[in-house]
Write a protein that binds this ligand. Structure first.
Ligand code: NAD
Ligand code: MG
Length: 408
């Protein structure tokens, strides 16, 4: 039987198209019009950027989470004479995450807001490219179970997890436990404040926190990289994806961000994945897996790099890492509480309501006040997420009040 080329073109929904991962994904997709077709693009409020993306990629659907922004988008697209159906809200996101014409869903919304559409795509048996790590931290078992029963392929895009996936035995599927894997080394750059003293950290600004030495990313993950909460979230993410416990994972600070993580086997072999710190590599890998496609990333020059360094993380200056370990060990709803409190604290820091060193305090107080439960069904996770946000908000308000009184 002969098949036409267009019959094999895969439809793609891009959740979070206007963000850092979204833009890198479009860059890779644009290199392969013979393989991929953009079916839907989504964003929160950035109308102008989504209009430009619709002009270039001509999707069938565009979704704005925000209703007013959706109306504005519809008006702008009509003005441009673009035949794009505009949807809004969580229903719109869920619709485009599960369309029959869609083969692959890139989950690149930031935070817990991406949980429901990513889960819907997994339940619908799509190829799900997971950049959005927070849903996995909150409810990893739901994703692993859903993928098992629907046959969805869950492919990690987070650079470390994509590296680990690439080093896993062939045929490995997310959530499996492999006896031949002895240990995982999860690498991290150490963030922009790696060498900073405790005193300097107390005065760190959002601008400094968002100026990452190796990666250009959205503001939330940039702050997480600066507090090392990103590595803590990644620890929990890795436990779900690779069927291991925190005891099997060693976090290693590797300032050059050239080795993206490593897997140690029981015979002593250690496999690593290396490359430029450019998200287009893991994105292209997950899009084409098990094949390989061009990503636009240049070749690695080992002579220029010359040195690769490794050090232990410092949980004294970066207490978020300790809190993440604590939540990972506690299990149940503890990681969801950790995640919600972190999202609130990071936003408060970005809004200059609390200082950088106030972030772990908000998370610690929330974890201490809200007991974790063993009920990890979706409803329970959503309830605990809302409760933790409310509590964390009140701790932020208290901190903001105290620092205003001190300043006054
Ligand atoms: P970003 O802030 O640059 O983009 C976020 C995207 O999500 C935007 O398109 C925005 O419109 C959309 N969005 C935000 N809030 C929303 C809401 N409430 N409802 C619907 N859509 C919403 O973030 P990013 O850096 O691209 O990161 C996206 C995800 O990927 C995060 O979970 C992050 O941890 C993960 N990740 C990012 C990188 C990176 O290099 N940027 C690397 C690894 C993992
Ligand atoms: Mg990462």
């Amino acid at each position: 039987m002969t098949t036409t080329k267009s019959a094999s073109i895969q439809g793609v929904t891009l959740l979070g198209a206007t963000g850092s991962i979204g833009v890198s994904t479009l860059d890779v997709l644009a290199r392969h019009p013979d393989r991929f077709r953009v079916v839907a693009l989504t964003a929160n409020t950035q109308v102008e950027r989504l209009v430009e993306q619709c002009q270039r990629f001509r999707p069938e659907f565009a979704v704005m989470q925000d209703l007013a922004a959706a109306r504005e988008l519809e008006k702008r697209l009509r003005g441009e004479r673009l035949a794009v159906a505009v949807l809004s809200g969580i229903e719109g996101l869920n619709t485009v995450a599960t369309l029959p014409s869609v083969h692959t869903v890139m989950a690149a919304i930031v935070g817990a807001a991406g949980l429901l559409p990513a889960l819907a795509a997994t339940r619908a048996g799509k190829r799900v490219l997971l950049a959005n790590k927070e849903p996995l931290v909150m409810s990893g078992h739901l994703f692993i179970e859903a993928a098992r029963s629907s046959g969805a392929a869950l492919l990690p895009v987070d650079s470390e997890h994509n590296a680990i996936f690439q080093c896993m035995p062939s045929g490995f599927r997310a959530g499996e436990s492999r006896a031949e894997v002895r240990r995982i080394f999860l690498t991290g750059s150490g963030g922009p404040f790696r060498g900073w003293s405790q005193e300097a950290l107390a005065t760190a600004t959002p601008e400094q926190a968002c100026a990452h030495p190796n990666w250009v990313m959205g503001r939330k993950i940039s702050v997480d990289s600066a507090t090392l909460m990103n590595k803590g979230l990644e620890l929990i993410e890795a436990c779900w994806l690779f069927g291991v416990t925190p005891a099997h994972i060693e976090i290693v600070i590797h300032p050059q961000s050239v080795i993206h993580s490593l897997v140690e086997y029981r015979d002593g072999s250690v496999l690593a994945q290396l490359g430029h710190p450019d998200m287009r590599t893991p994105i292209a890998h997950a899009l084409a897996w098990p094949e390989r496609i061009d990503s636009g990333v240049r070749s690695l020059n080992l002579i220029d790099i010359a040195q690769l360094n490794f050090e232990r993380p410092d949980p004294e200056r970066f207490p978020c890492l300790r809190l993440a370990y604590q939540a990972a060990e506690a299990g149940g709803t503890a990681p969801a509480i950790l995640n919600a409190a972190n999202e609130v604290a990071v936003q408060a820091f970005l809004d200059r309501r609390i200082g950088f060193t106030g972030i772990p305090g908000v998370i610690e107080e929330t974890l201490a006040r809200l007991p974790a439960s063993a009920d990890v069904q979706l409803e329970a996770i959503l309830v605990v997420d809302a409760q933790a946000r409310k509590l964390a908000d009140s701790f932020v308000a208290g901190k903001a009040r105290r620092s205003q009184q001190e300043a006054g």
